[in-house]
Design a protein around this ligand. Structure first.
Ligand SMILES: Nc1nc2c(ncn2[C@@H]2O[C@H](COP(=O)(O)OP(=O)(O)OP(=O)(O)O)[C@@H](O)[C@H]2O)c(=O)[nH]1
Ligand SMILES: [Mg+2]
Length: 202
């Protein structure tokens, strides 16, 4: 757990606001509040999931073009920082850009700060990719508490979504409660995700 632990049991997500963007981890100011970071491959739905949590259409920038989030973007809601990270693994950006994004992600997690929770996003329609597995291993190695959010559940039937949860929990060696089925489009999983965030930041 991070050193800054909020005392609130519930977070008022309506208070969400953009704070700052950093394209260099050396520029990151020290944590002043608990942090919840969203990571996953490019286009998996990180920015969309943040907007769904905040019940806002476009506070975090979303686009049909992967590689949209090119900096570490901080939002704040009610004394908790929400961190939108660039995606990893996008083939169509240059090697230099891919390396820069990877450095931002690892730099953020290796920085000494209030890493209360990481939300690892994985597309519900596919098994975790090798990079997803690497990412989960890195979080484990760094001792960062995390949950998995399976994204875009609206693209599968309920029964297939449930099966994916069981399968991914097994593949990632996680208790099924730590794998949350979400849809930014339909709002599935928001209550469960908010509960995990509240528990990690209280
Ligand atoms: N159907 C459906 N589409 C989604 C959902 N979440 C995201 N998308 C779509 O997936 C695409 C990528 O979403 P983003 O939120 O920008 O993904 P990201 O992970 O932030 O992408 P990068 O910033 O490029 O790493 C967009 O076209 C979204 O509309 C969802 O729950 N359901
Ligand atoms: Mg994004």
């Amino acid at each position: 757990m991070g050193e800054h632990a909020g005392s609130q049991e519930r977070i008022d997500y309506r208070r969400a606001a953009f704070v700052a963007a950093y394209s260099n981890t050396r520029a990151l100011p020290p944590s002043t509040m608990p942090e919840v970071a969203f990571l996953g491959r490019s286009n998996v739905g990180k920015s969309s999931l943040l907007n769904a949590l905040f019940s806002r259409k476009s506070l975090a920038r979303v686009s049909a073009t992967p590689g949209k989030t090119a900096s570490i973007n901080f939002y704040e809601a009610d004394g908790v920082a929400f961190v939108d990270l660039p995606g990893y693994g996008f083939a169509k950006v240059s090697n230099a850009e891919r390396a820069a994004y990877a450095a931002l992600i690892s730099g953020y997690f290796e920085d000494e700060r209030s890493h209360n929770l990481a939300v690892q996003l994985i597309d519900i329609r596919h098994d975790p990719t090798p990079l997803d597995l690497e990412s989960v291993e890195a979080l484990r190695d760094l001792g960062i508490p995390f949950v998995v959010a399976l994204t875009k559940a609206d693209k599968l039937s309920r029964s297939k979504a449930f099966a994916a949860r069981t399968r991914d929990a097994r593949l990632l060696e996680l208790a099924p409660e730590r794998v949350i089925v979400t849809s930014a489009e339909k709002g599935d999983g928001m209550r469960e995700l908010r509960r995990a965030i509240a528990e990690a930041t209280t």
